[in-house]
Design a binder for this molecule. Structure first.
Ligand SMILES: Cc1cc2nc3c(=O)[nH]c(=O)nc-3n(C[C@H](O)[C@H](O)[C@H](O)COP(=O)(O)OP(=O)(O)OC[C@H]3O[C@@H](n4cnc5c(N)ncnc54)[C@H](O)[C@@H]3O)c2cc1C
Length: 447
């Protein structure tokens, strides 16, 4: 006999709060999606539009928290340049394959279809023309409903169990039980979209890792990603609020571990902005292996490696009579120029041409290769993404189905994939959610 469970289901866009309707009774469904973030909503649409009966369960009362806060409330949906080189984690051929299955153009067409017009900004980032994340969330929720999927809020999943037949890999008899405090939901396929650990107050608390590892999957150790760098001592607190383009490198001795050239922000406690945020996952992870690894700052990113000597000689030749502070203040914000000279222990009023060779070396280094006192990275509460996650080695890239347990699918940040700042993490959620949702619907239809 089929299990029948009562439930509350969402039936329209959220305007500050959920509108819920009472489902009379819920029979066993084809697909249960655990987590209604970007990946879960996308998987629900993909599976529902392929005719599957879909339930999406989320622990939160109000869903879509991360979509709403994303991009400073504007939601950076994707990027002009999407390919696997902008992602870290497991196999880049796996990541590339998933991204190509639902690429940036497909994402663009999808959002047009659901009524979200996107605009491209100079940085390569796409945002909704309304500059409002709410447009994105409401459109996704509308289409979830149109696809026939039921979204059930305040349903924290506590366990996911395959019935014995699944473990014997008898796909024809597959059945999953998804446990919440009030219900047991039954399905032919389950898609795990519970996210990682970033911004835990949004509902992403790592519970999905436990479900997957209990089913035999491997968790690649996690660290915060896209999170500010913290300084000890806070040498540059006086520059807090200043933004400028820089090049940041993480180096272990002469060995370069990672490098980003992008905008950079001094903060009261350390460093932020795209260059620092992108570097943070490397700082957190590389320091396991290389505790001595140092972050180096180039304040003039336009000076290429190997060109430092020529650049400096040319500057001294051209500007020898000007005070050193005025010369540097033509290249950088004045407060930064003054800090450079303090660090190099050079009096600001001295003419550039009058600096001793030792002083010249000090200023040159402070401009082009200054070590930053980065002690650690900010934790998950400040992070925009999670590095590490469920290993891609145990997932089939064409379907996102577990190679270990048939009928179990993955999408989004729960996996060992993290993208650069710039719309890449949502692109991963749209791509992997679509692939997983379609495949879960196919799997359920065959079961
Ligand atoms: C402040 C901030 C800004 C960001 N800005 C951008 C941006 O502009 N562009 C971009 O590309 N990326 C951005 N990101 C990253 C992006 O938001 C994430 O990569 C993306 O939301 C991940 O989607 P997901 O669906 O995999 O996971 P999540 O969005 O984390 O969703 C997981 C869902 O699962 C639910 N859940 C968890 N456990 C359970 C359980 N046991 N039972 C039921 N439900 C559960 C949670 O409540 C949550 O709703 C930002 C992130 C943050 C924190």
């Amino acid at each position: 006999m089929t299990n029948i469970v009562p439930a509350l289901a969402f039936s329209g866009p959220q305007d500050g709060c959920c509108r819920l309707r009472k489902l009379t009774f819920m029979e066993q469904v084809d697909v249960v999606i655990v987590g209604a973030g970007a990946a879960g909503l996308m998987a629900a649409i993909a599976a529902g539009e392929r005719g599957a009966q879909v339930i999406v369960l989320d622990s939160q009362q109000k869903i879509g928290a991360k979509i709403l806060v994303a991009g400073g409330g504007r939601c950076n949906v994707t990027n002009e340049y999407v390919d696997a080189s902008r992602f870290h984690g497991g196999s880049s051929s796996f990541i590339g394959r998933v991204l190509r299955a639902f690429n940036m153009e497909a994402t663009h067409r999808f959002f047009e279809r659901i009524g979200v017009q996107l605009k491209l900004e100079e940085t390569g980032k796409y945002f909704p023309v309304t500059d409002s994340s709410r447009t994105v969330l409401n459109a996704l929720l509308n289409v979830v409903g149109q696809a026939g999927a039921n979204l059930v809020t305040e349903q924290p999943v506590t366990d996911i169990r395959p019935r014995p037949s699944t473990q014997e890999r008898d796909a024809a008899a597959v059945e999953w039980e998804v446990q919440t405090p009030s219900n047991v939901w039954r399905a032919k396929a389950v898609v795990l979209c519970t996210g990682g650990l970033a911004l835990p107050k949004s509902g992403s608390n790592g519970a999905g890792y436990g479900f997957a590892t209990r089913l035999g999957h491997t968790l690649v150790p996690t660290t915060p990603a896209l999170t500010p760098l913290l300084a000890t001592p806070t040498l540059h607190a006086g520059l807090s609020g200043i933004t400028l383009p820089v090049r940041l490198q993480l180096k272990n001795g002469a060995n370069k571990l990672a490098e980003y050239s992008n905008s950079f922000l001094f903060t009261h406690v350390g460093y932020s902005g795209p260059a620092a945020l992108n570097l943070s996952r490397h700082v957190a992870r590389e320091r396991w292996m290389h505790p001595q690894a140092q972050v180096g700052l180039r304040l003039l990113p336009q000076v290429a490696d190997g060109e430092e000597g020529r650049f400096w000689q040319e500057l001294v030749r051209r500007e020898s009579k000007k005070s050193v502070v005025n010369v540097i203040a033509e290249l950088l914000p004045r407060r930064v120029a003054e800090t450079v000279l303090t660090e190099a222990k050079v009096p600001p009023a001295v003419a550039l041409g009058k600096l001793s060779p030792q002083q010249q070396t000090g200023v040159r280094q402070a401009l082009l290769d200054s070590p930053l006192p980065v002690s650690e990275v900010a934790g998950y509460t400040k992070a925009e993404a999670t590095a590490g996650g469920i290993s891609l080695d145990e997932i089939e890239p064409a379907t996102m189905m577990s190679r270990l347990v048939p009928g179990l699918f993955f999408a989004g940040e729960i996996m060992d994939v993290d993208g650069w700042l710039g719309g890449y993490n949502f692109q991963w959620a749209w791509s992997s959610g679509t692939v997983a949702g379609r495949a879960a619907a196919r799997f359920a239809a065959r079961a």
